[in-house]
Design a protein around this ligand. Structure first.
Ligand code: NAD
Length: 254
C-alpha cells in the first residue's frame, strides 16, 4: 500500500539495500509504486517486492557491492537514488560485546553504507535527481540502555550522513537520513523473541514512544521517498525522526 504521489519517480533508478524485509521492503515497494525502477541488494533477495529486481549481495563484500551497482547501471542505464537501509541489531553493554561482535556489526551498519555509497557516487553524479538516504535509528541519540554497539553504529551513520551531505552537495547529490523509532518488522520480532517476557517487552516498546505504538515500515518508507524525491530538492543533511516523538519530545508526555 503506497502513500503515492504515483509517477513522482518515473524514469528514475533506485537501489535499496536490505530491501527484502521489513523497512527496506516497504521502501522498495514505495519507490516502485511512485514509478522508480528499483534494485534490491540483500543477503537474501527472495523477499524483494514484486516488480523490483533482486540481487544477492552482502554489503560487507566490497567486490560484490561494486559488481551489483555496476550491473544495475548496465541494466537500466542510470542510477539516481540509493537507500542505505541494510542493518543488523545488537544488544548489550560495552562489557557484553566482544571486539569481533563490534567489528561484525560495524561492518554492516557503517561500512556497508560506505561501500554502497562509494560504488554508487560516480553514477549518482551523472543524475539530475541524485539522492542518498541513510537509515539510522533513534538509538543514535536516545541513550538507550543495553544497546551500546548498535547505538554507536547508528551514531556513526548519522555523522556519516552529515559528512556525506557536505562532501557531495556541490556535485548535485543530496544526502539525508531517517532515524526510525521502534518499527514493527522481523528485526523487532527477533528482539522480542529473545526477551524474557516478550509480551511485556512489546508493551514497553510501544509505551516508550510518545504516540504509544510501534512505527510502521510504511511510515518510514514515506519519509525516505520524500527525502529522496523532487519535493525535497532543497533538503540536504537532514535526519528526519520517524519515531512518534521519541527523540523530539523531552520529557515525553505521559
Ligand atoms: P530486517 O531484519 O527486517 O531487514 C533487514 C534486511 O537487511 C534483511 O532483508 C537482511 O537480509 C538485510 N541484510 C542484513 N545484513 C545484510 C548484509 N550484510 N548485506 C545485505 N543485506 C543485509 O530489519 P528492519 O527492521 O527492516 O531494519 C532495517 C534498517 O532499519 C536497519 O538498518 C535497522 O538498523 C534500521 N532500524 C530498524 C528499526 C526497527 O525497530 N525495526 C528501528 C530503527 C532502525
Amino acid at each position: 500500500m503506497t502513500s503515492a504521489p504515483a509517477g513522482e519517480y518515473d524514469g528514475l533508478v533506485a537501489i535499496v539495500t536490505g530491501g527484502a524485509s521489513g523497512i527496506g521492503a516497504a521502501i522498495a515497494q514505495e519507490l516502485h509504486d511512485r514509478g522508480a525502477t528499483v534494485a534490491v541488494l540483500d543477503l537474501d533477495p527472495a523477499g524483494a517486492p514484486d516488480g523490483t529486481h533482486g540481487f544477492a549481495v552482502d554489503v560487507t563484500d566490497d567486490a560484490a557491492v561494486r559488481r551489483a551497482v555496476d550491473q544495475v547501471v548496465a541494466d537500466h542505464g542510470r542510477l539516481d537514488v540509493v537507500v542505505n537501509n541494510a542493518g543488523i541489531g545488537a544488544t548489550g553493554t560495552v562489557e557484553d560485546n566482544s571486539d569481533d561482535q563490534w567489528r561484525a556489526v560495524l561492518e554492516v551498519n557503517v561500512l556497508g553504507v560506505v561501500r554502497v555509497s562509494r560504488a554508487a557516487l560516480p553514477y549518482l553524479r551523472r543524475s539530475p535527481a541524485a539522492a542518498i538516504v541513510n537509515v539510522g535509528s533513534i538509538a543514535a541519540s536516545a541513550g538507550l540502555p543495553n544497546r551500546a554497539l548498535y547505538s554507536a553504529s547508528k551514531g556513526a551513520v548519522q555523522a556519516l550522513t552529515l559528512a556525506m551531505a557536505a562532501d557531495h552537495v556541490r556535485d548535485g547529490v543530496r544526502v539525508n537520513g531517517v532515524n526510525p523509532g521502534t518499527v514493527d518488522t522481523p528485526f523487532v520480532e527477533r528482539l522480542l523473541a529473545s526477551a524474557d517476557e516478550p509480551d511485556v517487552e512489546r508493551v514497553r516498546l510501544e509505551a516508550r514512544q510518545p504516540h504509544q505504538r510501534l512505527v510502521t515500515p510504511q511510515e518510514v518508507a514515506g519519509a525516505v521517498a520524500y527525502l529522496a524525491g523532487p519535493a525535497a530538492a532543497s533538503t540536504v543533511g537532514a535526519v528526519l525522526a520517524v519515531d512518534g516523538g521519541m527523540a523530539g519530545l523531552r520529557p515525553h508526555p505521559q
